[in-house]
Write a protein that binds this ligand. Structure first.
Ligand SMILES: *[C@@H]1O[C@H](CO)[C@@H](O)[C@H](O)[C@H]1NC(C)=O
Ligand SMILES: *[C@@H]1O[C@H](CO)[C@@H](O)[C@H](O)[C@H]1NC(C)=O
Ligand SMILES: *[C@@H]1O[C@H](CO)[C@@H](O)[C@H](O)[C@H]1NC(C)=O
Length: 296
């Protein structure tokens, strides 16, 4: 989510994000666009790139076979890991996070989870971010987004219903979007777990070329994501055109959450140094810091 940023990590994430970049860091970036409360961790990690992303995370079930055909054959898929973490997820499905592919066994140890991200849709106005994506071997796709700033505001469509929309146009001279999303709030989060600390892709390093990884650590327990800012469950439809998905496809009744998160981003880390990076390991690792964030 990512934003989809730089990590932008995920298309759905990229739009409303703000960053704190240490002056000595050669990071690739997103111009700061903010529809978020102030970054609560900038002062905790003054020497790191930190930021916030106020967006929607959606987990799309696609057939395992299709995922297998998209993720390069040289990389395994950690099927058991996601089956364990997403009880109730449809059988024989793979949990795709628009527009990247989590639970990939990049370094072949049968354990460390990485997310494969071949394309990244970035604002056509942001040349820096486009260059940053190239450094990862990703294909940066200049795009225009509608609405451009308040992408995730809930908008009233009539008296008693609200929806959130986001469309991305990659052919800048066309009126046909490459990706459209529309979500509305549900009363609860689910039907599979979105427990934020174990959200499967929340901390998987993302890669495209398998050499340099983007290690973004998302913190879900700061004031941005708790109390009155607690995540809201959403359900909706996502349309993605090829080549951003295998074929032009509309996914219906996709479940997700709308949430604002704080993150720390470690850029261009050699993927091989991130061995052992699983959600369990990282929660242990960052548990102490997370509680610290929470207390502050
Ligand atoms: C902050 O950056 C340093 C230097 O790149 C890195 O070693 C450290 O792990 C980062 N901190 C976190 C919490 O990721
Ligand atoms: C996230 O954005 C929504 C509008 O989309 C806003 O209502 C909400 O307050 C923002 N969250 C935070 C923590 O700033
Ligand atoms: C972009 O859209 C224009 C107008 O619809 C069309 O003529 C052109 O072929 C499209 N370009 C690509 C690369 O799809």
């Amino acid at each position: 989510m990512n934003s989809i940023t730089l990590a932008l990590t995920s298309l759905l994430f990229s739009l409303t994000s703000s960053l704190s970049v240490p002056s000595f860091t050669q990071a690739h970036f997103l111009s700061a666009r903010s529809d978020s409360s102030p970054n609560p961790i900038a002062t905790l990690y003054p020497n790191n790139v930190t930021g916030t992303i106020n967006g929607t995370i959606a987990i799309v079930p696609i057939s395992y076979q299709l995922a297998r055909s998209i993720i390069p054959a040289k990389y395994g898929i950690l099927r058991e890991a996601y089956e364990n973490q997403l009880p109730g997820f449809p059988g024989d499905s793979y949990p795709k996070i628009l527009i990247y592919y989590p639970f990939v066994d990049l370094i072949g140890d049968g354990y460390s989870s990485f997310a494969y991200e071949p394309y990244i849709l970035l604002s056509s106005e942001n040349a820096l971010a486009q260059q940053g994506a190239l450094a990862y071997g990703e294909i940066p796709v200049p795009a225009n987004f509608t609405p451009s700033l308040n992408a995730y505001a809930f908008e009233s469509v009539d008296d008693d219903s609200q929806e959130i929309f986001l469309d991305a146009y990659t052919n800048l001279s066309s009126t046909h979007p490459a990706v459209t999303t529309q979500f509305k709030p549900t009363g609860s989060i689910g039907p599979w777990p979105f427990e934020l600390q174990v959200l499967p892709t929340s901390e998987e390093p993302t890669f495209a070329d398998g050499l340099s990884c983007d290690n973004q650590i998302n913190l879900f327990n700061t004031a941005l994501s708790t109390g009155k800012n607690a995540p809201v469950g959403v359900v909706g439809n996502i349309m993605v055109k090829a080549p951003y998905f295998a074929t032009d496809t509309t996914f219906c009744d996709v479940y997700g959450i709308k949430v604002d998160i704080a993150f720390i981003e470690n850029n261009l880390v050699p993927c091989s140094e991130l061995k052992g990076y699983t959600s369990e390991r990282s929660s242990e690792h960052y548990g102490a810091e997370r509680s610290l964030d929470y207390k502050r």
